[in-house]
Ligand binder design. Sequence first.
Ligand SMILES: Cc1cc2nc3c(=O)[nH]c(=O)nc-3n(C[C@H](O)[C@H](O)[C@H](O)COP(=O)(O)OP(=O)(O)OC[C@H]3O[C@@H](n4cnc5c(N)ncnc54)[C@H](O)[C@@H]3O)c2cc1C
Length: 375
Amino acid sequence: MSIKSDILVIGGGIAGISAAARLAPDASVIVLEAEPAIGHHSSGRSAAIFIRNYGNATLRALNAASAPFLAEPEGVCDASLLSPRGELLLATEDDLSKFNDYLDGSDGLERVSPEQALELVPILHKEAIAAAAIEWDAQDIDVDRMLQGFARKLRSHGGKIVTGAPVNSISRENGLWSVVTPVGEFSAPVVINAAGGWTDAVAKLAGVRTLGLSALRRSAVLIPAPDGHDINRWPLFANAGDQWYAKPEAGKLMISPADEDPVEPHDVWADDMVVAEGLHRFEQAVTIPVTRVEHSWAGMRTFAPDRTPVVGFAPEADGFFWLAGQGGYGMQTAPALSQLAADLCLGRLSPLDQIVIEALSPGRSALEFQQGQDT
Ligand SMILES: Cc1cc2nc3c(=O)[nH]c(=O)nc-3n(C[C@H](O)[C@H](O)[C@H](O)COP(=O)(O)OP(=O)(O)OC[C@H]3O[C@@H](n4cnc5c(N)ncnc54)[C@H](O)[C@@H]3O)c2cc1C
């Protein structure tokens, strides 16, 4: 006997859980998650930062649309999910053209001198700074509270999350998708594919054309706070050439080598050599040596070929909905993307500009070549 609902969501990361929560007041929704708990993969491994100017024009529109919810997550959490952090962008001579391009296309960044940069982050190597700018509006996101808040909202409207339920077969018959997991069979007229790094694999299971999504590994480590420094109020500080970034994290310093290595989707771990090379690049920018790594991890950032998320019904497969390719922006854009997913699934008008909705569409021309490639 299969369990019926209006909508099945595959994937219990921030994408799947937030979309399901937005749908639950108006539809019966079941989320199927392979792992024993939600948020086990990318959504539990992010740097948890909101940067308004991060990403292309479509992403910036989504960042702006998400900001009011993150500040006042009404109906999901009882207090703001944001807290002040700031982002200090640092350029060496080699990074100047990338740095200038970023500043030209951004709002709200303020150029600062190397001396001012050192006041903000005293361990910086002054001679290594050719230019610097601060984005005060960058903020920490309480990502766990956001995920749990959406899960609570989903359940309070009768929605269900089934964990330990890896989907291993998907078929369509008589207008219904039939989804098989080791813990039972489920069916619904609409399936939302929110499987993170596995979204193309899930499409393949369903016989739907894949979109050429790539899962790219991003690693991070925690080191002890540098001796004699209270780091808690430091901004995130980042190399403008995407060589590394660092941010205070619960009294420690998180450093990422800003790696983007393609991987087969799996439970990904940090690669020692990638971490070592990244830490070496970080050490060129600061006056402290890195002597001890306390913890390391990695997650997948999944991108479409044009680095824009994919949200909408597959043009060639009835009831198959993509919510994929959130890349390095999936936490900060979750409020807007989940609202759009719910609006499109329920046939409601979205408050987002049509140009943004079209840029996210699985039918957009940038994905046409990939759509022809394989199933
Ligand atoms: C190191 C790092 C730093 C980052 N920093 C930021 C940041 O500062 N700000 C930001 O906005 N974003 C950041 N990101 C990106 C963000 O984490 C992702 O965009 C977001 O988590 C993607 O969410 P998701 O729900 O799509 O994927 P996931 O969280 O990976 O969820 C997908 C889920 O689908 C499940 N699944 C897959 N296949 C199946 C199947 N067949 N059956 C059932 N379940 C299945 C998986 O088990 C998984 O739980 C960062 C990512 C990394 C790795």
